[in-house]
Design a protein around this ligand. Sequence first.
Ligand code: TRP
Length: 345
Amino acid sequence: MTDTTPSADLNRVLTGITTTGTPHLGNYVGAIKPAIAASQNDNTDSFLFLADYHAMIKSHEPDKIHQSSIEIAATWLALGLDIDKVTFYRQSDVPEIMELSWILTCWTAKGLMNRAHAYKASVQANEAANEDPDNGVTMGLFSYPVLMAADILMFNGKQIPVGRDQIQHVEMARDIAQRFNHHYGECFVLPEALVEDNVAVLQGLDGRKMSKSYNNTIPLFETEKKLKKSINKIKTNLLEPGEPKDPDTSTVFQIWKAFASEAQTADMREQFKAGIAWGEAKKCLFELVNSELAEPRERYLELMADPAKMESILLAGAEKARAVTAPKIQQVREAIGIRAMKSLP
Ligand code: TRP
């Protein structure tokens, strides 16, 4: 067997971004910024990809999936992703992933998938609405953790930075890899979920978690004017200027903290206690966020105006990715007995 196992001293970190929706401040603070920072570390070998086949699970709208892919690619590039250092690709440009997905499907217990959160949530919602439990549930949604396992195992991904909602999927990938390895011999590296406790989960305009499903997001690269407007819409209480305000229950303060230095955070905490007016706090917040985003926003707009450039970047990334996946799928096919015909043993 060809050994495509990454060398032990290099941490292979892999992250997928589902191409639905427009990146917002929550994505930036919680995922994009830490992933770009990690990719700059010399001991890491980062694989970052647009999970466009995952998008199909949630959306059947071709134009939206396409638009989102462009926006997400532009976002990562605008924020300074170094494409010479990382492997940045589109899932759909690497067909070996889909091939592996089927092979793993044949090794995934249905009972394991029955326990997946996303599927269970749909069933529960149906039951609550007195519908058939499987109403609207596609096989794509049901077996989505298998595709995610293929994304990870294909590249021998070892560390998988994820939000809490995705830990279960990484554990499932590990489980599937273990079964496969046990039967055919060592083939896949066992992945681990990496949950960063100090990465902020940002609140949205209404104070709930910032998420496109709640429609409470602040888009990352909206115009300066719109950014100001969005920040002004953040829900606050009715305390007047001069009245002390509680920073720890304030969305304005929480977003401030995600962008500010420690000193700036301490200072704002004092200002809250001293009764800063909401309008003033929001103005400061806008200036802080905008100062960090103004430059990448320019690059983002340039990239959005030149999709052909991103297309060629992604195709080059896919070529790099396939240098890993082509030998790997050969190894897997050989292991399972899908081989070139030659004399029997
Ligand atoms: N399912 C992940 C999400 O919704 C995205 C994703 C797809 C992913 N494949 C992956 C994340 C592989 C990490 C590794 O956020």
